[in-house]
Design a protein around this ligand. Sequence first.
Ligand code: CU
Length: 185
Amino acid sequence: MKKYLLLSFALLLLIGGGCASIEYNEDVYNEDINEDADGSEESEEREIPPNYEEEKTETTEANQEEDLEEEVELIEEVELIEETELNDDSSEAASISFDVSGKNFEFSQTEVRVKKGDSVTINFTSEDGLHDWVVEGISDAKTDRVRTGESTSVTFVASETGEFEYFCSVGSHRAAGMIGRLIVE
Ligand SMILES: [Cu+2]
């Protein structure tokens, strides 16, 4: 059992060491490239060029600039994602329409369900008689009165959540049962 523990520990060390040496090798490799890039003069004169330090700092600045650019790109990406998410939110507030008809004395649909912020269009047709479609408590949600066979429509924004009763405002149609519920979630 101990052997196994030791073995796995040794393996861990090997893996860890392997990673470290790979990183180290990369460093060395990079340094080699850098030296090759400005090291040709170095080998001839065998002394450090006076602007060597400057060049070095310049490259570090360049690296920093690159890092900064990468960071900015990353931030822009994140902002783009956030924007898309925001757009998704706003696209949830959709434009939806319902075909509702009325007759003596009922609506074809007794429940209309929408989401808060939705732009709601009601296409209202009278199958028989003079009727309209009016929502209690939402002043924009009110169609014209139409006769048998006629159609009209109204568009309003469901700006508040809640349950609102809709009804026909002609005569005593509401009391006779021409009602329904608009549910804004
Ligand atoms: Cu009516």
